[in-house]
Design a binder for this molecule. Structure first.
Ligand SMILES: Cc1cc2nc3c(=O)[nH]c(=O)nc-3n(C[C@H](O)[C@H](O)[C@H](O)COP(=O)(O)O)c2cc1C
Length: 176
């Protein structure tokens, strides 16, 4: 076997895959918890399943695992500061102290999110220093007029607008 690939270089190369930004939330015995995540994707339509990767060192993961339920809050472009809070290691319960939210199916949905899903944790698979969680979708909602927060090459950004700074094209507009 050759030497292990360089982690910094891997982070830099894989960082060219632009993603949205989500906060995975759960509810523990002491209150709501959450962590910022971008390692997630749709897994199946029938039945609707999503895949989320949890850092084994995250404090949110054991709470989600115990409760067997979590929410995915897809963030709007103006929620970068909020994303920073949930990416931090401030007190777990402190994170939610100034974040307006509502409980849906027992898990926190953050006000102002672009879209959200509540999920039952269906299965867990090992994945290096992360654990792959499969969630079965229970409920969902969307506010499609908002724009997404985007993560690209280690920074927050937003969808590029046309050169004139016009409105975003409606979905499917490029297909006609
Ligand atoms: C843009 C971004 C994406 C992230 N994606 C993930 C992810 O997919 N999975 C994960 O476990 N941590 C991810 N993190 C790191 C966690 O948010 C971070 O470790 C956080 O402190 C975990 O909080 P907790 O310990 O309170 O659960 C990401 C951080 C950022 C800024």
């Amino acid at each position: 076997m050759g030497p292990a690939p360089d982690q910094q270089r891997y982070r830099s190369v894989i960082g060219h895959f632009a993603t949205g930004v989500a906060v995975i939330t759960g509810r523990g015995p002491d209150g709501p918890v959450g962590m910022t995540a971008n390692a997630l994707c749709s897994l199946s339509l029938d039945p609707p399943l999503v895949l989320v990767c949890f850092d084994n060192a995250s404090r949110t993961f054991p709470i989600v695992r115990r409760a067997g339920r979590f929410a995915i809050n897809l963030l709007s472009h103006d929620q970068d500061e909020l994303s920073g809070v949930f990416a931090s290691k401030m007190g777990e319960l402190e994170k939610f102290s100034h974040i307006p939210h509502q409980l849906v199916e027992g898990v926190p949905i953050i006000d102002g999110a672009l879209a959200w899903l509540t999920c039952d944790l269906n299965a867990l698979y090992p994945g290096g220093d992360h654990t792959i969680g499969v969630g079965a979708v229970i409920e969902m909602g969307e506010h499609s007029k908002r724009e997404p927060l985007v993560w690209y090459r280690g920074r927050y950004t937003r969808l590029a607008r046309g050169g004139t700074g016009g409105e975003l094209a409606p979905p499917g507009a490029d297909l006609v």
